[in-house]
Design a protein around this ligand. Structure first.
Ligand code: NA7
Length: 547
């Protein structure tokens, strides 16, 4: 008797995550007629913007650029209120998108995916949730985010603290009252730099525990300029095209001179102008060699240090805040509102925990090698297991039972950041080896979602059931990503781009530095040419056992 293993899939595609990526993936796939389910761990949509509700949370990309371009009516009707969008407004926008396109009926909230296995016999992904539910689909899209797994508070004794502790990316929806409290904030990355001025305004005392100072430029945030809004909305299509044609996904003037070819007055005048614009991408693109030449970089870095010294009144504190261990731009430049000014407040002090590291958290506060700090509240702004953390927390099992953690034991390897050899029909949105975190994420997400949707439709239209990156093509891409990163200053920093923030993580430069414009052209070419570099195959004979 022939017995067929042919239980059909529950869905054509399961999408993990309901942030910008998952919402747009659902929209596109549904439009193409696929049966889709989105599984989301949170109790609401929004991804990053659902979780990161700490005071001061704000995007470092201007609101007119940090939004979807797929629907002309959506982009006309939505009103941003500020130059840089605050978290509650982005979350409201994403909820609006979910409602406007009737997306919620295919999204299952409070459903954390904990496992995924490719079942070779019938070319199907089987996903398992935290509650033990399983679901099967032909394709699986990991829209799990690049910065969605927080680093654990890794200090001994963290759970003995008798006061309140908060992780910025798991902030309570009801907020936190700091009034009258002694607060410690650990971490001075983009998040710390946003939350510190807010806490300082409310707390009785704020102690900032800084290991590494960061470069930050002022947001120069304002209510959204109505003229700029009207002008952008009048030519939004053209603006979107310029976004996709740019390096970082934000139309930005690009400097044409070497920083070494200008005298001090010209350099200062130019950087003062950019400083007043409040644009980190303009800073990065101010000179042709900022990211390539250490001396050129140092001239711009010194301009920012000068600004810090001018702003912070106590010269010793100012010196502690001046970054000196990495070229400017090789860690994401922070964008702040009154960050350095905050250190002029009487209720704020700065502790250098590189010089005097945190030894443990005690029931009453934080103990470094040399001192103890009594605290009522500890805020952990210590970052994420970036780019690979969310994928490895699911640790999909691909062909022949190979786990992603095994395939990536020496660091991530991916073809185009879209898929991994040996994991057929599994797509990663803004995965490692794509521009991802080095860009306006919405632009990179749109590029990936459009590519994945078109690819799945192509397979259907050509009676194909499987797509898998070719290992040789993947190795060539990995090498290409490494070569171009190595031609820049980026790998010099101990950044989360190389995994340096997570103890034991293999050091691999993860994002593609070539720019969203060049990357877009490459993935479009591959689609247009029928997916060279991928192995495509048709339905295999289903597994049979004859008795
Ligand atoms: P980041 O940029 O990784 O910053 C984390 C901060 O926490 C950084 O200052 C770290 O210092 C500090 N940190 C982490 N672990 C420790 C320990 N063990 N002791 C002391 N200090 C520590 O994360 P963010 O959330 O701020 O920003 C991530 C991205 O989100 C950002 O780039 C934007 O794209 C949005 P370190 O530098 O490691 O010495």
């Amino acid at each position: 008797m022939a017995q067929m293993v042919d239980e059909g899939p529950d869905f054509d595609v399961i999408v993990v995550g309901a942030g910008f990526s998952g919402l747009y993936m659902l929209y596109r796939l549904r439009e193409l007629g696929f049966k889709v389910k989105v599984l989301e761990a949170g109790d609401g949509v929004g991804g990053t913007w659902h979780w990161n509700r700490y005071p001061g949370a704000r995007c470092d990309v201007p609101s007119l650029a940090y939004s979807f371009g797929f629907d002309p009516d959506l982009e006309q009707e939505w009103q941003w209120t500020e130059k840089y969008p605050p978290q509650p407004e982005i979350l409201a926008y994403l909820n609006h998108v979910a409602d406007r396109f009737d997306l919620r009926r295919d999204i299952q909230l409070e459903t954390r995916v904990v496992g995924a296995r490719f079942e070779d016999a019938d070319e199907m992904w089987s996903l398992e949730t935290e509650t033990g539910e399983t679901m099967r689909s032909r394709f699986c899209v990991m829209a799990t985010g690049a910065l969605s797994i927080p680093k654990n508070p890794e200090f001994p004794g963290a759970d003995t603290f008798a006061g309140e502790s908060y992780v910025t990316s798991e902030w309570p929806a009801e907020g936190v009252d700091f009034a009258g409290k002694r607060v410690g904030v650990i971490g001075t990355g983009s998040t710390g730099i946003q939350v510190i001025p807010q806490v300082a305004r409310q707390a009785e005392r704020l102690t900032v525990f800084q290991r590494t100072p960061n470069f930050s430029v002022p947001a120069q945030n304002t209510p959204l300029d109505p003229e700029l809004e009207a002008k952008t909305k009048a030519e939004y299509q053209d603006y979107r095209r310029r976004q996709h044609d740019s390096i970082f996904g934000v139309p930005t003037p690009v400097g044409e001179k070497s920083a070494l070819a200008v005298d001090e007055d010209e350099l200062t005048e130019n950087l003062e102008r950019i400083w007043a614009n409040g644009s980190p991408s303009e800073f990065l693109l101010s000179y042709t060699d900022l990211g390539l030449d250490a001396d050129a970089n140092e001239r711009v870095a010194e301009f920012v240090r000068r600004k810090i010294r001018e702003t912070v009144k106590d010269p010793e504190v100012a010196e502690m805040l001046c970054p000196d261990d990495h070229p400017i731009g090789t860690k994401r430049i922070c964008v702040d509102i009154d960050y350095f000014e905050t250190y002029n407040r009487d209720n704020v002090s700065l502790v250098d925990v590189r010089a005097d590291p945190i030894v443990e958290i005690t029931p009453t506060g934080i103990r470094t090698g040399g001192s103890s700090y009594d605290l009522d509240v500890i805020v952990y702004a210590i970052g994420f297991d970036a780019m690979t953390g969310a994928l490895l927390s699911i640790d999909p099992i691909g062909r022949d039972g190979v786990r992603l953690a095994a395939a990536w034991k020496d660091g991530p390897r991916s073809f185009l950041g879209l898929g991994v050899a040996g994991f057929p029909n599994l797509f990663t949105v803004t995965g490692p080896m794509s521009p991802s975190v080095l860009s306006n994420m919405v632009v990179s997400i749109e590029q990936h979602i459009n590519w994945i949707a078109n690819c799945i439709a192509y397979l259907r239209d050509h009676d194909l059931t499987e797509i898998d990156p070719d290992p040789d093509a993947q190795e060539k891409w990995v090498e290409h990503v490494r070569t171009i990163a190595d031609s820049t200053l980026y790998p010099q920093a101990d950044s989360w781009y190389v995994g340096a923030n997570v103890p034991g993580k293999p050091r691999v430069f993860m994002p593609y530095v070539g720019g969203v414009n060049i990357y877009d052209a490459e993935i479009r070419r591959i689609a247009e040419e029928g997916y060279p570099g991928f192995k495509l195959s048709g339905p295999r004979e289903l597994a049979r056992s004859d008795a």
